[in-house]
Write a protein that binds this ligand. Structure first.
Ligand code: SAM
Length: 280
């Protein structure tokens, strides 16, 4: 497969025949919102649709990425040394393996994404890192993730796992029952494992509705959910402190940290919530 050389010029797009670059993908639109270079004109249009409805959409993407790093470091400090990061996205500034290995250099990470561009770019980034694996597989077929040879080789399912479904649920409608796919993965993880989730929230604010509209317009998905419904994603697991909260108020490593009241946050900071469940 020809590789994107990382520039944004449209000439570059001619060199990536294996990807359909005429339509936006979630991974590449998110990359565009994060200021990355692994995206094409259609993806940048998709990102522009987000900015049209949510002027600070880039801030939302950045806060989600910061929450990912906060959650991974928290898990590594709890002794988690193997991570299954489903819906991993394109490599960006600080990735799961870097966050985990900053706490425990021996931590292993398996990245799973159904967009093949993630594998192409992930492989290049991780060529020198044998603790990290990138796999193309689909959350909608969770058993195929568990049965994947590279997943089985990298992770020991008799020891606790950090299962990450970060920034992914919003891309599935409730009718698809995404919780049931996650349940298959969680059932394979032993006691002592954690389930880390972020999702778009619906507390009745217009900007949250704007995020949903933007997603539906650009990608055909991106639904918002009530906090009660997001809590159900944890499949009955108790949540570690501070529970489910807006990303800017969510500091699992410092649950007593003084944080602004939810009403004091910028409206764009009330679009995503995070939480971590513990499997006792
Ligand atoms: C919004 S990005 C989140 C990336 C990263 N987890 C984060 O929070 O920074 C969602 C990612 O999920 C991937 N994805 C979407 N549907 C998927 C599926 N059915 N199975 C696996 N990955 C999927 C997309 O390709 C994209 O890379």
């Amino acid at each position: 497969m020809a590789e994107n050389d990382g520039t944004k010029s449209d000439d570059n797009e001619a060199f990536v025949p294996d990807f359909d670059i005429s339509r936006p993908t979630i991974a590449r639109v998110y990359d565009a919102l994060l200021g990355g270079k692994d995206n094409f004109a259609a993806d940048r249009e998709g990102a522009a649709a987000y900015v049209k409805y949510v002027p600070d959409a880039e801030g939302c993407a950045r806060e989600n990425r910061q929450a990912l790093v906060k959650g991974v470091k928290y898990l590594a400090k709890q002794g988690i040394d193997q991570f299954l990061d489903v819906g991993a996205g394109l490599p960006t500034m600080e990735n799961t393996h870097q966050a985990a290995q900053s706490v425990n250099p021996d931590a292993k990470v398996v990245y799973v994404d159904n967009d093949p561009i993630v594998l192409a770019h992930g492989r290049a980034l991780l060529a020198t890192d044998d603790s990290t694996t990138v796999v193309t597989a689909d959350l909608r077929d969770p058993q195929s993730i568990l049965d994947h040879e590279d997943v089985k080789a990298a992770l020991d399912f008799t020891r606790p796992i950090g299962l990450m479904i970060v920034g992914l649920h919003m891309h599935f409608h409730d009718d698809e029952q995404p919780d049931e796919w996650v349940r298959v993965l969680l059932d394979a993880c032993p006691a002592g494992s954690y389930l880390f989730i972020t999702d778009f929230v619906d507390t009745g604010e217009p900007l949250q509705k704007g995020m949903e509209k933007a997603g539906l317009e650009s990608l055909g998905n991106g639904w918002i959910r009530t906090p009660e419904r997001i809590t159900e994603h944890f499949l009955g697991l108790p949540l570690v402190e501070p529970g489910l909260d807006f990303l800017a108020r969510w500091f699992p490593e410092e649950p007593d940290k003084e944080v602004p009241a939810a009403e004091e946050l910028e409206p764009f900071q009330r679009i995503l919530m995070a939480g971590i469940g513990y499997k006792a």
